[in-house]
Design a protein. Structure first.
Length: 142
Protein backbone atom coordinates (compact mmCIF):
# COMPACT_ATOMS: atom_id res chain seq x y z
CA UNK A 1 0.00 0.00 0.00
CA UNK A 2 1.52 3.34 -1.01
CA UNK A 3 1.23 6.56 0.90
CA UNK A 4 0.88 10.07 -0.44
CA UNK A 5 2.02 13.26 1.28
CA UNK A 6 -0.20 16.24 2.02
CA UNK A 7 0.84 19.15 -0.21
CA UNK A 8 0.29 21.65 2.63
CA UNK A 9 1.90 20.09 5.69
CA UNK A 10 3.77 17.09 4.24
CA UNK A 11 2.01 14.53 6.44
CA UNK A 12 1.98 11.00 4.99
CA UNK A 13 -1.55 9.89 4.10
CA UNK A 14 -3.05 6.49 3.55
CA UNK A 15 -5.16 6.23 0.36
CA UNK A 16 -8.37 6.30 2.42
CA UNK A 17 -7.36 9.60 4.10
CA UNK A 18 -6.69 11.59 0.91
CA UNK A 19 -8.77 14.69 0.25
CA UNK A 20 -8.42 17.11 -2.65
CA UNK A 21 -8.56 20.89 -2.88
CA UNK A 22 -10.43 22.86 -5.53
CA UNK A 23 -7.29 22.85 -7.67
CA UNK A 24 -6.78 19.06 -7.27
CA UNK A 25 -3.97 19.13 -4.69
CA UNK A 26 -3.75 16.33 -2.13
CA UNK A 27 -4.43 17.47 1.45
CA UNK A 28 -5.10 15.88 4.82
CA UNK A 29 -8.30 16.38 6.83
CA UNK A 30 -6.74 19.05 9.07
CA UNK A 31 -5.43 21.13 6.14
CA UNK A 32 -8.72 20.75 4.29
CA UNK A 33 -10.60 22.01 7.35
CA UNK A 34 -8.24 24.98 7.69
CA UNK A 35 -8.74 25.86 4.01
CA UNK A 36 -12.52 25.72 4.42
CA UNK A 37 -12.37 28.00 7.47
CA UNK A 38 -10.23 30.55 5.59
CA UNK A 39 -12.60 30.37 2.61
CA UNK A 40 -15.59 31.04 4.89
CA UNK A 41 -13.77 33.92 6.62
CA UNK A 42 -13.02 35.48 3.23
CA UNK A 43 -16.70 35.10 2.37
CA UNK A 44 -17.62 36.96 5.57
CA UNK A 45 -15.16 39.74 4.64
CA UNK A 46 -16.83 39.95 1.22
CA UNK A 47 -20.21 40.26 2.97
CA UNK A 48 -18.88 43.19 5.03
CA UNK A 49 -17.73 44.91 1.82
CA UNK A 50 -21.06 44.31 0.12
CA UNK A 51 -22.98 45.59 3.16
CA UNK A 52 -21.15 48.92 3.01
CA UNK A 53 -21.85 49.30 -0.72
CA UNK A 54 -25.47 48.30 -0.12
CA UNK A 55 -25.70 50.95 2.60
CA UNK A 56 -24.59 53.68 0.21
CA UNK A 57 -26.61 52.36 -2.73
CA UNK A 58 -29.82 52.04 -0.73
CA UNK A 59 -29.33 55.51 0.74
CA UNK A 60 -28.91 56.97 -2.74
CA UNK A 61 -31.95 55.02 -3.94
CA UNK A 62 -33.98 56.34 -1.02
CA UNK A 63 -32.73 59.87 -1.68
CA UNK A 64 -33.71 59.59 -5.34
CA UNK A 65 -37.16 58.32 -4.36
CA UNK A 66 -37.52 61.12 -1.84
CA UNK A 67 -36.31 63.71 -4.35
CA UNK A 68 -38.94 62.81 -6.93
CA UNK A 69 -41.64 62.83 -4.29
CA UNK A 70 -42.24 59.09 -4.04
CA UNK A 71 -41.96 58.43 -0.31
CA UNK A 72 -42.87 54.75 -0.34
CA UNK A 73 -39.50 53.76 -1.81
CA UNK A 74 -37.77 56.15 0.57
CA UNK A 75 -38.76 53.95 3.50
CA UNK A 76 -37.38 50.81 1.87
CA UNK A 77 -34.13 52.58 0.98
CA UNK A 78 -33.70 54.01 4.47
CA UNK A 79 -34.40 50.72 6.23
CA UNK A 80 -32.04 48.74 3.99
CA UNK A 81 -29.37 51.43 4.24
CA UNK A 82 -29.45 51.63 8.01
CA UNK A 83 -29.53 47.85 8.51
CA UNK A 84 -26.61 47.16 6.18
CA UNK A 85 -24.70 50.20 7.46
CA UNK A 86 -24.98 49.05 11.05
CA UNK A 87 -23.80 45.58 10.04
CA UNK A 88 -20.78 46.89 8.14
CA UNK A 89 -19.90 49.49 10.76
CA UNK A 90 -20.17 47.03 13.62
CA UNK A 91 -18.00 44.51 11.80
CA UNK A 92 -15.26 47.02 10.98
CA UNK A 93 -15.25 49.04 14.22
CA UNK A 94 -15.75 46.44 16.94
CA UNK A 95 -13.18 44.17 18.48
CA UNK A 96 -13.65 40.44 18.08
CA UNK A 97 -14.14 40.38 14.31
CA UNK A 98 -10.43 40.26 13.44
CA UNK A 99 -10.92 36.79 11.95
CA UNK A 100 -12.92 38.39 9.16
CA UNK A 101 -11.38 41.85 8.89
CA UNK A 102 -7.86 40.46 8.47
CA UNK A 103 -8.94 39.57 4.91
CA UNK A 104 -9.74 43.24 4.19
CA UNK A 105 -6.87 45.53 3.18
CA UNK A 106 -6.40 48.93 4.85
CA UNK A 107 -7.52 50.67 1.65
CA UNK A 108 -10.66 48.56 1.53
CA UNK A 109 -11.36 49.39 5.19
CA UNK A 110 -11.18 53.08 4.33
CA UNK A 111 -13.62 52.63 1.45
CA UNK A 112 -15.95 50.54 3.63
CA UNK A 113 -15.96 53.16 6.39
CA UNK A 114 -16.49 56.00 3.89
CA UNK A 115 -19.39 54.23 2.13
CA UNK A 116 -21.00 53.29 5.43
CA UNK A 117 -20.70 56.76 6.98
CA UNK A 118 -21.92 58.47 3.81
CA UNK A 119 -24.84 56.05 3.46
CA UNK A 120 -25.88 56.47 7.09
CA UNK A 121 -25.55 60.26 6.81
CA UNK A 122 -27.77 60.38 3.72
CA UNK A 123 -30.35 58.09 5.34
CA UNK A 124 -30.32 60.14 8.54
CA UNK A 125 -30.81 63.36 6.57
CA UNK A 126 -33.70 61.84 4.61
CA UNK A 127 -35.32 60.57 7.78
CA UNK A 128 -35.02 63.92 9.55
CA UNK A 129 -36.56 65.66 6.54
CA UNK A 130 -39.42 63.14 6.36
CA UNK A 131 -40.10 63.60 10.09
CA UNK A 132 -40.17 67.38 9.67
CA UNK A 133 -37.16 68.05 11.89
CA UNK A 134 -35.31 69.64 8.95
CA UNK A 135 -37.14 71.85 6.48
CA UNK A 136 -35.84 70.96 3.02
CA UNK A 137 -37.49 70.71 -0.36
CA UNK A 138 -35.42 69.57 -3.33
CA UNK A 139 -34.80 72.57 -5.63
CA UNK A 140 -36.28 70.75 -8.63
CA UNK A 141 -39.60 70.23 -6.80
CA UNK A 142 -40.11 73.89 -5.87
Amino acid sequence: MSTTACTSCGKALAPSDILYTEDAKVVCVECSTKREIVRDEKGAARNIRMASFTCLGAALFGFAAFSVGYGLFFYAGAIISIASGLFAGQAIMSAGDERFTKHISPGEKTVIIACTVLGLAISSFETLVMLGVIEWIPPWLR
